[in-house]
Design a protein around this ligand. Structure first.
Ligand SMILES: CC(C)(COP(=O)(O)OP(=O)(O)OC[C@H]1O[C@@H](n2cnc3c(N)ncnc32)[C@H](O)[C@@H]1OP(=O)(O)O)[C@@H](O)C(=O)NCCC(=O)NCCS
Length: 211
């Protein structure tokens, strides 16, 4: 099933459509809200349409994908987005218009999407955030994800070095699994002390750091 609609106390999560381009423009044009994202803020409706056609329409053509518009029940139109990738990292990503920050909306949306992908058999989700964007890590922790490691990447298309923190939540009971893709692809990778992580025996990064 592709982007099966989800409902929470305050939100409806559903697929974007071409009718949402005005709302998507408001989400994508804000410089601050798009600073830590792998694209530049859009400057026009045409660019928004190209964004939709390049990043959403192909996902909606797949048999299964989780790419959602976040809508407040009371307003109806999208105020943000949340996605879980079907690629091997199963990356969770989200963003909201700035006017809607600090109300627990990203956390509420992420809980619903994670519950759904778990029900659909996804074994785990990961998420990464620039360590200069710690509020995003707050959302990850709010939904039970745990910090696993950090790695540096020459980040595109902005072409700047970024240290990312990688969080993971295993959904199938295999507690010891750590997704290694980012670790293996980076020459600068390490485990930061002091990043909150409720380590349990057998689930630490010992296996990675011992290499
Ligand atoms: C990141 C973002 C989605 C958070 O949305 P939000 O709905 O405000 O987040 P929530 O309220 O659900 O959860 C964040 C909460 O985590 C908690 N938190 C826990 N640890 C935290 C920490 N170290 N730093 C900040 N917040 C932390 C806080 O309670 C925080 O809420 P508050 O700032 O209102 O007190 C939003 O700021 C955004 O759209 N940013 C731009 C896009 C972006 O950066 N996306 C993520 C890319 S990795």
């Amino acid at each position: 099933m592709n982007a099966p609609a989800l409902e929470t106390r305050r939100l409806v999560l559903r697929a974007f459509t071409e009718r949402d381009l005005d709302a998507l423009f408001l989400i994508l044009r804000d410089k601050e809200a798009n600073r830590f994202l792998p694209w530049y803020p859009v400057e026009s409706l045409e660019e928004t349409k190209a964004f939709y056609e390049g990043r959403y329409a192909p996902l909606y053509a797949l048999p299964q994908a989780y790419a959602y518009a976040i809508c407040l029940k009371e307003e109806g139109c999208p105020i943000g987005y949340i996605n879980v990738s079907m690629e091997e990292h199963h990356d969770l990503g989200y963003g909201l218009r700035k006017e809607f920050w600090h109300r627990g909306i990203a956390t509420e949306a992420a809980r619903a999407v994670i519950e759904r992908v778990k029900r659909d058999g996804m074994p785990f989700v990961t998420a990464t955030h620039d360590r200069n964007n710690p509020r995003s890590g707050g959302v990850m922790r709010n939904v039970g994800m745990r910090y696993r490691y950090s790695y540096e990447e020459q980040w595109q298309p902005k072409d700047i070095p970024v240290v990312f923190r990688m969080y993971q939540l295993n959904l199938d009971g295999v507690e010891s699994r750590v997704y290694r893709g980012y670790w293996d692809n980076s020459t600068v990778r390490f485990v930061e002390k002091g990043v909150y992580a409720a380590h349990r025996p057998g689930t630490s990064m010992a296996k990675l750091t011992a290499r």
